[in-house]
Ligand binder design. Structure first.
Ligand SMILES: *[C@@H]1O[C@H](CO)[C@@H](O)[C@H](O)[C@H]1NC(C)=O
Ligand SMILES: *[C@@H]1O[C@H](CO)[C@@H](O)[C@H](O)[C@H]1NC(C)=O
Ligand SMILES: *[C@@H]1O[C@H](CO)[C@@H](O)[C@H](O)[C@H]1NC(C)=O
Ligand SMILES: *[C@@H]1O[C@H](CO)[C@@H](O)[C@H](O)[C@H]1NC(C)=O
Ligand SMILES: *[C@@H]1O[C@H](CO)[C@@H](O)[C@H](O)[C@H]1NC(C)=O
Length: 452
């Protein structure tokens, strides 16, 4: 399943945005004016590239992810584009009925989830929590969350949920530990340093590993991993929120925002739509959703893919000949289910080779050439992103003492923690566009910010 999405969209490097403009999202959360949809440009996260990127990264440094999986994933997106995949690409529909028995009392659980201190962590003055929320008791399905309260004014600042994409990638791996969370992992894989641009200066930030099979989130019914998809993810995320708000009732009426990047360009609007539907059906504000933010978002397959090739061409990473070949012979329209022509394949293969040694998320950035941890931490720099960060985070989150401190992996899962899941094998539905959802959200007065 899942295609190059996973890797392409994992997106370390849209850090670029967060790094250079780390406060934009914070302004969004507090600004009184309505933010208009920003026109997306080019380079919209194209899955094909991901595939290539993935292969590159596995060549440059020892792969964390097993290669077989990579190849299987690579085929997914191609299948999705060709229509022979069985992936339902029609528009998203929210599940209207959610059995009330999926929401449980959560008394006493918040205190149990409190993280006293993460191993190797600098002292901080905000509270952190981590633990599991059961979203389906019968199946034994539980999602892992990590929550950091705001540095100050936690009683009045909004609650913000962060989702990474993939599908299959972890919000702990990228969002929490490499992008907008309060800590970054040193190159020794053991100790942490502070990220002065952490979003918890502006909000109480909740990181969720979703769907089951990603990171520490799991299901005791392992066939769930073969039945993943956008719709199931939206329902589980919604049920997660209902339960989490029982566990943390002080946030129940709080202004709520959902943010995410890459394939979360699907998850975020789908969850927002689900929340709106349920609020409407109940004629009450079950969840006080105010807006969404999506970065480097996958929102519309055809233009996402085309835009990527336009970007590569306009940055001289592929030749005019290749760019013209793609323009002339490739059809990325969702209704075009035919096999791509050999001319198109040749042109996209050529493009893939051309960017083999380029980080497509930041074409000017270095690649990781040595994935070894260092005994002494390298001089950390939030401004100069270290392309080997994945390896440090992988080492850190797989430590037993870290998992114990975070209340993670309590059932002793039979696989390791991975930044992008190896165990989610199939993806049932993935609409070719989510633009109608964005229109609906805006029509309902939500603030929508699309950044890249
Ligand atoms: C809701 O879930 C409960 C417990 O799993 C089950 O007994 C009941 O039949 C479900 N209700 C509906 C309408 O599906
Ligand atoms: C999954 O199974 C383990 C072992 O039986 C159990 O401890 C755990 O509570 C189950 N998880 C859920 C979400 O029910
Ligand atoms: C919804 O709630 C509002 C205010 O509480 C009330 O005025 C209105 O009649 C309700 N609508 C329905 C369909 O119940
Ligand atoms: C990679 O880095 C480690 C630790 O700094 C070092 O011991 C090793 O020699 C390096 N390997 C290569 C191939 O440069
Ligand atoms: C969970 O713990 C077991 C036993 O320590 C370990 O083998 C496994 O890699 C861990 N899995 C995750 C997802 O952390």
């Amino acid at each position: 399943m899942v295609g190059p999405f996973i890797y392409i969209f994992r997106f370390l490097h849209n850090l670029l945005d967060l790094k250079l403009f780390p406060l934009y999202p914070l302004l969004f959360l507090s600004a009184p004016h309505r933010v208009r949809e920003k026109k997306q440009t080019q380079m919209e996260r194209n899955p094909f590239v991901l595939l290539v990127f993935l292969i590159v990264s596995s060549m440059v440094a020892a792969p964390i992810h097993c290669k077989k999986q990579t190849q299987a994933l690579g085929r997914f997106y191609e299948r999705k584009m060709k229509g022979s995949s069985g992936i339902d690409k029609s528009g998203f529909k929210a599940v209207h009925y959610i059995n009330k028995s999926r929401v449980h009392t959560q008394q006493g659980m918040k205190e149990k989830d409190r993280i006293k201190k993460l191993p190797g962590q600098p002292g901080v003055l905000f509270q952190q929590y981590g633990g599991y929320v059961t979203v389906d008791k019968a199946a034994g399905r539980a999602l892992y969350y990590y929550f950091v309260e705001a540095y100050h004014s936690k009683e009045s600042l909004p609650l913000l949920l962060w989702l990474n994409g993939g599908p299959g990638c972890s919000s702990l791996a990228y969002g929490a530990m490499e992008e907008l969370g309060p800590f970054r992992v040193h190159s020794n894989g053991k100790t942490l340093y502070s990220n002065r641009y952490s979003w918890n200066h502006a909000a109480n930030v909740l990181f969720l590993e979703s769907p089951a099979g990603v990171g520490f989130s799991y299901s005791n019914t392992t066939s769930d991993y073969d039945n993943s998809g956008d719709s199931k993810t939206a329902v589980d995320n919604y049920v997660f929120l209902l339960n989490w708000l029982e566990r943390f009732p002080e946030y129940r009426n709080r202004k709520f925002y959902i943010a995410g990047e890459s394939y979360a360009g699907h998850y975020v609007p789908q969850l927002a739509h689900t929340i709106l539907q349920h609020n409407k059906n109940a004629n009450s504000t079950i969840i006080n959703l105010k807006g969404i933010l999506i970065g480097n978002a996958v929102i519309n397959d055809e233009t996402d893919v085309k835009g990527m090739y336009d970007y590569l061409a306009s940055h001289a990473l592929i030749s005019d000949e290749t760019a013209n070949g793609i323009e002339k012979h490739c059809n990325f329209a969702p209704e075009d289910d035919s096999e791509s022509s050999s001319e198109c394949d040749a042109a996209t293969d050529e493009a893939g080779q051309n960017i083999y040694y380029v980080d497509i998320y930041n074409i000017y950035a270095p690649l990781c050439h040595n994935s070894s941890l260092t005994i002494r931490p390298k001089e950390p720099s939030v401004a100069n992103f270290d392309p080997c960060s994945d390896y440090y985070v992988y080492a850190y989150l797989n430590r037993v003492d870290v998992q114990e401190a975070m209340h993670a992996n309590v059932t002793k899962l039979d696989h390791d923690w991975e930044p992008c899941s190896d165990i989610i094998r199939r993806w049932g539905d993935s609409p070719s566009t989510i633009i109608p959802l964005l229109q609906e959200l805006m029509a309902n007065g939500l603030r929508v910010w699309i950044f890249r």
